[in-house]
Design a protein around this ligand. Sequence first.
Ligand code: PFF
Length: 449
Amino acid sequence: MGASRGEFSSRIGFIMAAAGSAVGLGNIWGFPTQTASNGGAAFVLVYFVLAFCLAYPAFMAEILIGRYGQANAVTSLQKMSRTVLQKRFAFVVGFGGIICAAMILSFYGILAGWMMSFAIEPVANIMGQEWIAQWVVGQSLGRNLLFTVLFMFLTIIIIRKGVEQGIEKWSKRLMPMMIGLLILLIVYVLTLDGASEGLNAYLNPDISRVLEPNLLVSALGQAFFSLSLGTSVMVIYGSYISKKENMVTIGAQVTLIDVSIAFLAGLLIIPSMYVAQAQGLKIFADDGSLIAGPSLVFEVLPTLFDSMGTMGLFVGFAFFVLMSIAALTSSISMLEGPVSYAVERHSVARETATTWIGFGILALSVTIVVNIEFMLDLVATVSTQYGQPIIAMLCCVFGGWIWHRSSLLAEIKLGNEGVENSLFWKIWPWYIKFICPVAIGAVFIHSLL
Ligand code: PFF
């Protein structure tokens, strides 16, 4: 079955695809922004702890469920269910994840479109087309529609090509390009005046803030968003991994890449803000906190690039291309969730399913663009603050309580004969049964209060 439904051709193919899904606007925009608004290094520290102690185990649950089931999220969860009630529950969780992925894609495509439009600005300037340069960075309905459509088309084109020729091939091309660009930009920014003050703010934690409840909630939400949890995406990517692979190591590698890239992005953005300050720009809001949110990426940084003269055109272009690539490797994973479901459960051809589902999600994006003030935040909140933690928690419940323990252990052992002596073997099954659901639930309830 594996070969006919598509499979990653190599371990590196899976790592690049899963890391491509994980690394996105969440890492390069969300993480530095959250760091800026949550006390700098204290947030970084808490994020690392939560990413490895809570998000990684939950991530393992999702990719193992997928590899065991060798199918889309609903079918995979149903394969481990024994009673009719469990099968219904499996449907709700699996389908809930698919809806969540579709909702995230509908607003993510708009943000990614902005990244593409900001990448066009320096090109238009170099070509002397000033009116285009101004139009692409101005908030207008036409600009938002055009770039959302363009971005969604790119996503649809890649997913139509399937697992190996689409997801794997493009992730393997785009991820190294993105990492290279990121490192080049960091090296450049760190040579500028003011960068060392930024490094200091980024790397010296104020330990007293580490246990602030709001900081914990934001860090956990960020870690879940970043690892694409609770969206069916990691279940379906897990289902494309060969049974010969060692899942424990692969999962740890993907988490490490994801966390490292968030860390690197902070190393670029926070020092850039202090460089901007050294050049006379305002980087603190009236209440004394660092400017965060959209104004950081769409105002502070572009003004900084402008102040660099001709060099700034290239730096600005590289930065927004980096953002667009990161977004694309994530958006393809979001579309794969619903597409794999339609292909496998309803026997629709991949091209047809991709086109219809892609256009359906695009229609939702257009509705959001037209009602941007009120819908953008709403769809983002429902899908990321409610949907993702609930579905991720339920996947842990599945792994811990419904999946038969002996078959779960057998799945971990495939491709990893020596695992019985490892800490993972001893702790993880118990961990996802008790610690993960309780901790995720507690943080979720707190976030509602
Ligand atoms: N992990 C992506 C990021 O950090 O930008 C976002 C994401 C991708 C969320 C895929 C959900 C998803 F299913």
